[in-house]
Write a new protein. Structure first.
Length: 255
């Protein structure tokens, strides 16, 4: 029988939670919520000063500067996190980038940049985090996107859509591979979310109107709405959930 004490399963007290891209937007919302839920948070971001500023406002938080596309640096930073924090219990693979251009105008260097961060970077961080997770436990939550589960269509964004689609299946593959180790791997697929990441899109009121029009709930998501889904998947409340992609999309994918 479910009791009020069951709500404790949504808490992550004493766990070490690493959030990449944790200094702003959805990543920052995840850092803040995981800390409130009891985790010792590790703020990982390319911007060292921003990571330090976020960590300075949270008891026990640790900041690390990292380019997730740098394989050697990822290994070094995750080793350092494990040494300072003792272990890693939760990884939120949130760091991401986009180059929104028509396919025929997209340079190979731009394609490679997006692949390196969104797909290779997520792989590297998941691999290194798993090496430091206690035996029989651990949770990875990847930040996918509705653009990894649909063809989009409102504007060209081929490298982003391709990498997020790859991240969806990476989630499933790792969930199956690591289940025997007790590591759960899930993903959240947000819709357009009110952060600086979509700032260039907001320059077009007509485009924003179209985005709202194709979203059944008729609005953008807020960062904390995505963070709550991340907390659920990271916590013991989702102990039987692995290989799942949870859309936080206002009904976009239901159409």
């Amino acid at each position: 029988m479910t009791t009020p004490a069951s709500l404790d399963r949504f808490r992550v007290d004493g766990q070490v939670a690493v959030v990449t891209g944790g200094a702003n937007g959805i990543g920052l919302a995840c850092v803040q919520l995981l800390a409130v839920a009891g985790a010792r948070v590790v703020v990982v971001d390319r911007d060292a000063a921003a990571a330090a500023a976020v960590a300075s406002g949270i008891d026990g938080a640790l900041p690390f500067a990292l380019d997730v596309a740098d394989a050697a640096a990822v290994a070094q930073v995750f080793d350092a996190i494990a040494q300072q924090a003792g272990r890693i219990d939760i990884l939120v693979n949130n760091a991401g980038t986009a180059v929104r251009k028509p396919t025929q105008e997209l340079a190979i260097e731009e394609w490679n940049q997006v692949v390196a961060v969104n797909l290779t970077g997520a792989f590297l961080c998941a691999r290194e985090a798993a090496r430091h997770m206690p035996a029989g436990s651990g949770s990875v939550v990847n930040m996918a996107s509705i653009m990894g589960m649909s063809g989009g269509g409102l504007y060209p964004n081929i490298s982003y859509q391709t990498t997020k689609g790859g991240l969806v299946n990476m989630t499933r593959a790792l969930a199956v591979e690591w289940a025997g180790q007790g590591i759960r791997v899930n993903a959240v697929a947000p819709t357009w979310t009110r952060t600086g990441f979509i700032g260039p899109l907001e320059a077009s009121p007509a485009l924003m109107d179209r985005i709202r029009a194709v979203t059944p709930l008729g609005r953008l998501a807020e960062p904390d709405e995505v963070a709550h889904a991340v907390l659920f998947l990271a916590s013991a409340a989702a102990s039987m959930v692995t290989g799942h992609v949870l859309a936080v999309d206002g009904g976009f994918l239901a159409q």
